[in-house]
Design a protein around this ligand. Structure first.
Ligand code: NAD
Length: 292
């Protein structure tokens, strides 16, 4: 990363693939920054939910005084909500993949993007854990593939982790950093393309220990979260935060990290039990807590 080289700035539409919790939040941030966004998914229902979620989030930002009242309407007008079709790639400068945390699904998407887009198009993944080189696989132009890891919820979390693979070019790296900054967010760079990068590795250490404390019968989920909030100053307890992020994602992350770093990242029994029972957190109505 020594040379200050730049590709052309992002001026065309940005394609976001995956309109779930993260894809919708990222689309909201990018559209608010003035970019035209194509938000796509394989599920029409997910797109409808995303549209409502974005409108609600923008309204809350206005109500709390963090956004001017005329911004939501223009931001929403800049987002197209459509099921994915290859025509969504027309004239895009940046594709940001934010689909389920499944390596094979992501690899397939990147193989397709590699074949269908010119090497001038920046391809980014929002994976929480998989090395970017693994997702890029045997891409013919891996130099424009990079990790752009946002945090949940994207409109409120100002730091984005950028992960270049060993093959990412300086130009693509700089283009990615410039783009994130143009969206009003800051960046931190993970200097090695390893599972979990900086943020997920750090976060998993906390949440896995929180779950082990529950498993050991020392305290309930609420009590563990209270300690984090009122003794350690966290805004949200780790188990409430995990419910928000999705327990299925957390389980998949701990498997990948345990494979690479060893048993300290193994999932706790309570996490496996909850996911096996279909309790994946807020999105399913139940996780460590129960939701209306
Ligand atoms: P989610 O389950 O809320 O959304 C995933 C979406 O992807 C769904 O709407 C699904 O229909 C769609 N999808 C699945 N396969 C697809 C395909 N082939 N093409 C298009 N769409 C497809 O998941 P999420 O929490 O938004 O996570 C998305 C990504 O963001 C994952 O890689 C995850 O690890 C990462 N991430 C999540 C968090 C978090 O807190 N949840 C934080 C940072 C990064």
């Amino acid at each position: 990363m020594e040379k200050e080289t730049h590709r052309r700035p992002i001026s065309g539409p940005v394609l976001v693939i995956g309109s779930g919790l993260m894809g919708s939040g990222i689309a909201q941030v990018i559209a608010t920054a003035g970019y035209h966004v194509r938000l796509t998914d394989v599920s029409r229902k997910a797109l409808d939910i995303a549209q409502t979620r974005i409108a609600d989030s923008l309204s809350r930002l206005v109500a709390s005084g963090r956004m001017e009242s005329d911004i939501p309407e223009t931001a929403l007008e800049r987002i197209e909500f459509d099921e994915y079709a290859p025509s969504a790639l027309n004239e895009v400068d940046l594709v940001l993949e934010s689909v389920v945390e499944d390596l094979e699904v992501k690899r397939e998407i990147f193989q397709d993007l590699d074949a269908r887009t010119g090497s001038e198009v920046l391809l980014a993944t929002n994976t929480s854990q998989f090395p970017i080189g693994k997702i890029a696989g045997g891409a013919s132009s891996p130099e424009r593939i990079i990790g752009m890891h946002w945090s949940n919820p994207p409109p409120l979390m100002p730091l984005v982790e950028v992960i270049p693979s060993a093959k990412t070019s300086d130009e693509a790296f700089n283009q990615c950093i410039d783009f994130v900054h143009s969206c009003g967010h800051r960046t931190v760079v993970c200097r090695k393309d390893v599972p979990g990068f900086i943020s997920t590795r750090l976060y998993q250490a906390l949440v896995l220990e929180a779950m082990r404390i529950v498993d050991d019968g020392l305290a309930s989920a609420e009590e563990v979260d209270d300690v984090a909030r009122y003794m350690h100053g966290h805004k949200m307890g780790p188990l409430a935060a995990l419910d928000f992020a999705g327990l299925d994602t957390a389980l998949s992350v701990s498997k990948e990290l345990a494979d690479h770093y060893g048993p300290r990242f193994l999932a706790s029994p309570v996490l496996s039990r909850l996911v096996d029972a279909g309790h994946t957190g807020r999105k399913s109505g139940r996780g460590f807590y129960t939701y209306e």
